[in-house]
Design a protein around this ligand. Structure first.
Ligand code: ATP
Length: 305
């Protein structure tokens, strides 16, 4: 698969602050790539360098085969950008807003298609000032789609959304992927990356600290399974094979194992034989959130000093 974006050893400093410290990654054509990281990690800086809005301090960046720093018009017309803050005119209607942006592009996407893609058919003739926050964000995506770009940059597309609006926005992003668009999105929501992304890079303090698919990131696929449970009073001692790997926790007992089938069999076999009722039995694998918190040192939401 050809690469839509290639970044090699990218660096960016704002005076003394080293916001991006030598990151490298590729985004393949047609994939959804998520840059996941806490506030101040360097996500927006990286994305805005790709968009040509900020200058890099060092490194190589290629977007659709061009250097975005050159600000070529031909590149701009092939990409769509949704920034964190919106700048659409509150007095225009949804349709008028998209039409306004369509005029700037050589081959705009049809108005009806854009409105349908972002799910604003019922709000077509509503003024922007009367839309909800989630609807305005959808319109932002509509504006980014006006020129029918190959590549879309979505900077925290669902921050501040209620759960239903987030699901709606995810559907919009899935529709875009189905059309073959390449999407680079930033987010601090684990479930967003999990649900949408083909590839994820976790960025913290200006560096990529993990890279992979949502399923394999940080060794999730090979990490130990955790079995948790509570034993009633007088249940007696666990069998030796489990006793050696069990640890006492506040809520009961925990076993971390790479062979959960055997551990569960031994546990439930022992319990059935003794007529012991195991309470609150739970079998879990590390979630993307567990991996994220471990990798970023639990600094989700913390500003970089
Ligand atoms: P968020 O999730 O909060 O949007 P982010 O991961 O996108 O964060 P950036 O906005 O790229 O992070 O910021 C990275 C670091 O660079 C932060 O320490 C920030 O304060 C600093 N920074 C960003 N823009 C500027 C600027 N224009 N001038 C000076 N420092 C900046």
């Amino acid at each position: 698969m050809a690469a839509a974006i290639v970044i090699k050893d990218l660096r960016k400093s704002y005076g003394e602050v080293e916001a991006v410290r030598g990151i490298s990654f590729d985004v393949s054509e047609g994939e959804v790539f998520a840059l996941l990281g806490p506030n101040g990690a360097g996500k927006t800086t990286t994305v805005e360098i790709c968009e040509g809005f900020r200058e890099r301090s060092a490194g190589h960046v290629s977007v659709l085969g061009h250097d975005p720093a050159k600000g070529e018009r031909s590149l701009k017309s092939r990409m769509g950008v949704v920034l964190q803050t919106t700048g659409v005119d509150v007095y225009l209607t949804v349709a008028e807003t998209i039409e306004l942006y369509q005029q700037a592009y050589p081959k705009p996407r049809r108005l009806d298609e854009v409105i349908e893609l972002v799910g604003l058919q019922e709000k077509r003739n509503t003024r922007v000032g009367k839309l909800s926050g989630g609807q305005v964000r959808r319109l932002d995506v509509g504006v980014a789609l006006a020129g029918d770009p190959e590549l879309l940059f979505l900077d925290e597309p669902t921050t501040g959304f209620d759960p239903a609006a987030r699901r709606g926005a995810w559907d919009v992003i899935r529709n875009l992927k189905a059309l073959g668009k390449t999407i680079l999105l930033t987010t601090h929501y684990m479930d967003e990356a999990q649900n949408l992304a083909d590839d994820v890079a976790i960025i913290a303090r200006g560096e990529i600290v993990a890279r992979g698919t949502p399923a394999t990131l940080g060794g999730r696929d090979t990490a130990a399974t955790v079995v948790r449970f509570r034993l009633p009073e007088g249940a007696g001692e666990l069998p030796d094979s489990l006793k050696s790997i069990a640890t006492a926790t506040e809520g009961g007992v925990q076993i971390a194992t790479e062979d959960p089938t055997r551990a569960l069999h031994e546990l439930t076999g022992w319990a059935l034989q003794r007529g012991v009722q195991i309470d609150a039995l739970e079998v879990t694998r590390p979630s993307l959130e567990d991996v994220y918190l471990e990798i970023t040192g639990g600094e989700a939401g913390a500003e970089q000093a």
